[in-house]
Structures are given as structure tokens and as C-alpha cells.
Design a protein around this ligand. Structure first.
Ligand SMILES: Cc1cc2nc3c(=O)[nH]c(=O)nc-3n(C[C@H](O)[C@H](O)[C@H](O)COP(=O)(O)OP(=O)(O)OC[C@H]3O[C@@H](n4cnc5c(N)ncnc54)[C@H](O)[C@@H]3O)c2cc1C
Length: 429
């Protein structure tokens, strides 16, 4: 990999997401050599992926080059590499561009979509975990409407304009809200010769409420907002299969649709070598102690979505969200330095800053520790927080300008089929 060995200890970080970047920043000016490996050369701001899928933002505005984040840091190396295996006996990582030895290893590989072992759903549904996946979804949504114009078969047309989202968490709710706004504000103008009122948006949720991790008020209000936007919410319904045309459920309900979006869960993105049963907990996450050390090792750590740190308050580990990832990366920066200097490390404690979701224009729900609110003010808070956490001044400006433009013009300019998406089951003419 062409990385010189120096007298400084080498810390290899796998993953330039929220956790990996927070850690690298913390270590940047210290007497350590930091090597960050990621299969992408950019950091993705995942909370805004749904806006890329629905044409509200261009992908460049929610991605940021990893090299640029850390450009001024000495002793820092980035390599574009897919880590295939971790050898904890020889202390090396095996990647598609070669092997690399480490003194300390931090796994910050995040999570991946959990299809719960359903191969058909995995094959035919759309995931929204990466920028390429979001662009695929954007293309598919637009291609469906182009196809709907061409067919005279009413059932086929309805299926093309039927959008089924599985999972009523923040991702499902935000995507459904954005699709409902497109249906109302954009489709009638773009497709005057198509009866876009027939377009349907469904959320299927296996439990008895949406936004399950949030307060009851937030859940009820979000449901109310979505229903006013015309979204159909099916609670206590579990999807059992999707063959590319029909969604079946554990009830009598079935849905004919050309688009099933799977937002029903994620699982840890484990890597061979640390994926044995002894290391893994619920949700395919790597078990760590209060210092984020992987069970059985002093010099191997895991942070962010991939790490499962069990505590009394969080028996299944911290929520797979940006804040725990950032806080763990930040704290591990201090702890690794302490460990190298043979000083006692500080146990990780999570400062819960709350949760929020937006349902659309002027509609959001925010749960802070001591204050829960919904509506227009919540929407402003949601926008401010997302702008604040975006990396890069340019990205913040671009997103802000886009949001103002979309708000004033009731528009979403990025409804472009740049890279057509071919779905396995599609019979395009
Ligand atoms: C659609 C969506 C919406 C979300 N909305 C919110 C929200 O509103 N609020 C919130 O707090 N959280 C939200 N989240 C969750 C949040 O984005 C994650 O919790 C957070 O990204 C976790 O950070 P991380 O650093 O652990 O992992 P990630 O940010 O996923 O980063 C992992 C990195 O590791 C790299 N990688 C993985 N495996 C390998 C490998 N083998 N080799 C090389 N590189 C590898 C990946 O390319 C990636 O860059 C959302 C997630 C999604 C998908």
C-alpha cells in the first residue's frame, strides 16, 4: 500500500463514516500514524439519502471527499480499499489492494441493509443505504412514470405508480413524506397526460406504531401528517415476500407494485476474521466493552453502528444512529492515546441528544430530552441540525440554497434519470 513504517504506532481505521471520521480527526495531530481505509473515497451523510432518491438534492451535496476532510493532517494516509479480512493473529488487514499491518485496529464499517434472510426481497426490492442505491431509486421512480405513460393496461399502470415502503422508522417516514409531496406538487405538472392522482404510497410497519423509538406524541403526529398527505399506513403487517411484482404479507393484504423500498432494518457490516459467533451479538454487531475494545483483544476496537456496547440502559447496544457513532469515535481518540501511554481509559457514556424526523414541508417531529415538539418549528430545527452536521461549507451552502429554492418554488430540480436503472424483473419495452 506504499505506507512508510515510522517510529509512531500505526492505527488502522476501517470506514470513513461518522465514527471513523470523528476518530481520525481526533488523532490527526498526535504522534501516531493513522491509516484510514474505505471502499469509497467519500463520506456519505446518510440521513439525507432520501432527498437524493426523491430529486430534492444532488448526490454531491451529501458526499464529501475523505482526503479533503483530513488534508491538513500530518501522519495521515487514506487508501481506497475494500477490507476483505482481518487477521488478528498476524495483526494485519487483507484488502483488494494488498495487506497492511497494524499496531491498533479500529473497525468502523457501519451497517448494511438487513433483509432478514429473504433472498427474493433482497433481489427485487430497493435499498437506500448508499448514494448509488439512492440514485438507483431516483431513476426507478422516474422510469416508472415514463413507463406508466406508455401502457394502456390499467393494472400495470397502477403497479408502476404504486410505491410500497417497508419500515415505518425515520427513513420510511421521510421517504413516504417526500414521495407524497412529489405526487401533489410535481407529478401533475410533469405528467399532465397521466392521472397521477392514482399514484399510491404505502408504508408497511410490523409493529403497532410508526417511529417506534420516538415518543408517542411524535409517532401519532407523524402518522397524522402522513395521512393528511395521503400516505396509507398499514400497521401490524409483516411483508413475507416480493417477487418483483406482488408484495405478500402475513395478512390477506397484497400489493401490486413495481417499487418496493426496503427500509425495515440494518445489521452490522461485519468483516471476515471478526465475524465468528463469539464476537457477534444481536443485529450482527461486534461486542465491545465500555472502552470499545473487541472481546478478547486490547488493541482491536469497534465503534459506530458495527459496535454493540451493552449497558443497563441499552441492553441491545446504542441506537444505530449518527450521534453514538460520532461520540464513540471522538472518545476513542482520547482513549487510544491514553492506552498507548499506559494511562487508564475512560468508559464510554452516551449523551442522548434526542431524535427527529421530517415528514415534509413545515412538518417534522422532534424529541429532545426535556422537550418534545412537532410542526413548523420542529421542521426548522430539523433543517438546522442537518445543515450543522453536514461536512463542508460548500455542501451546507448547496443544501441550504436547494432547500430554499424547493420551498419557494415547490420544486425538486434533480429529477433526472442520469443512470437508468434496470430492475431484475422489469419488462421494459
Ligand atoms: C437512509 C438513512 C437515514 C438515516 N437517518 C438518520 C438520522 O436521521 N439520524 C441519525 O442519527 N442517523 C441516521 N441514520 C443512521 C446513521 O447514518 C448511521 O448510524 C451512521 O452512519 C453510522 O456511522 P458509522 O460511522 O458507524 O457507519 P457509516 O456511516 O455507515 O460508515 C461506514 C463506512 O465504512 C465503509 N466500509 C464498510 N465496510 C467496509 C469494508 N469492508 N472495507 C472498506 N470500507 C468499508 C463504508 O464505505 C462507509 O464509508 C440513517 C441511515 C440511513 C441509511
Amino acid at each position: 500500500m506504499n505506507i512508510p513504517r515510522t517510529s509512531f504506532p500505526r492505527i488502522v481505521i476501517i470506514g470513513g463514516g461518522f465514527a471513523g471520521v470523528a476518530l481520525a480527526k481526533k488523532l490527526s495531530k498526535q504522534e501516531v500514524q493513522v491509516v484510514l481505509l474505505d471502499r469509497n473515497n467519500y463520506h456519505t451523510f446518510q440521513p439525507l439519502l432520501y432527498q437524493v432518491s426523491t430529486g430534492g438534492l444532488e448526490p454531491d451535496s451529501i458526499a464529501y471527499p475523505i482526503r479533503k476532510i483530513l488534508k491538513d493532517f500530518p501522519n495521515f494516509y487514506f487508501r481506497l480499499a475494500n477490507v476483505e479480512e482481518i487477521d488478528t493473529i498476524k495483526n494485519k488487514v487483507i484488502t483488494n489492494i494488498g495487506n497492511l499491518n497494524f499496531d491498533y485496529l479500529v473497525v468502523a464499517s457501519g451497517s448494511t441493509t438487513n433483509f432478514f434472510g429473504n433472498a427474493d426481497v433482497e433481489k427485487y426490492s430497493m435499498a437506500m443505504k448508499t448514494i448509488p442505491q439512492s440514485l438507483n431509486l431516483r431513476s426507478l421512480i422516474l422510469e416508472n412514470f415514463e413507463d406508466a405513460l406508455l401502457t394502456s393496461d390499467l393494472n400495470e399502470r397502477n403497479a408502476l405508480m404504486n410505491f410500497v415502503i417497508v419500515g415505518g422508522g425515520p427513513t420510511g417516514v421521510e421517504l413516504a413524506g417526500a414521495l407524497a409531496e412529489i405526487k401533489k406538487g410535481i407529478l401533475p405538472k410533469d405528467y399532465p397526460d397521466l392521472d397521477t392522482r392514482l399514484a399510491q404510497i404505502h408504508i408497511i410497519q410490523s409493529s403497532d406504531c410508526i417511529l417506534k423509538g420516538m415518543s408517542e406524541n411524535a409517532s401519532k403526529k407523524a402518522e397524522d401528517f402522513l395521512e393528511k398527505l395521503g400516505v396509507n399506513i398499514w400497521k401490524n403487517v409483516r411483508v413475507t415476500n416480493y417477487d418483483g411484482e406482488t408484495v405478500t404479507t402475513n395478512t390477506d393484504l397484497t400489493f401490486k407494485t413495481a417499487t418496493l423500498v426496503w427500509a425495515a432494518g440494518v445489521k452490522g457490516a461485519t468483516i471476515k476474521g471478526l465475524d465468528a459467533e463469539e464476537f457477534i451479538s444481536r443485529g450482527n454487531r461486534i461486542l465491545v466493552n465500555e472502552f470499545n475494545q473487541v472481546k478478547g483483544f486490547n488493541h482491536v476496537f469497534a465503534i459506530g453502528d458495527i459496535a454493540c456496547l451493552v449497558s443497563d440502559e441499552f441492553p441491545n447496544g446504542f441506537p444505530m444512529m449518527a450521534q453514538p457513532a460520532i461520540q464513540q469515535g471522538d472518545q476513542l481518540g482520547d482513549n487510544i492515546l491514553k492506552f498507548i501511554e499506559e494511562k487508564p481509559m475512560t468508559p464510554f457514556s452516551y449523551k442522548d441528544k434526542g431524535a427527529m424526523a421530517t415528514i415534509g414541508r413545515n412538518k417534522a417531529v422532534v424529541d429532545l430530552k426535556n422537550w418534545k415538539f412537532q410542526g413548523v418549528f420542529a421542521w426548522y430545527v430539523w433543517m438546522f441540525v442537518h445543515l450543522f452536521f453536514l461536512i463542508g461549507f460548500r455542501n451546507r451552502m448547496v443544501v441550504f440554497v436547494n432547500w430554499v429554492y424547493n420551498y419557494v418554488r415547490f420544486d425538486r430540480e434533480a429529477r433526472l434519470i442520469i443512470r437508468p436503472f434496470k430492475k431484475h424483473s422489469r419488462k421494459r419495452k
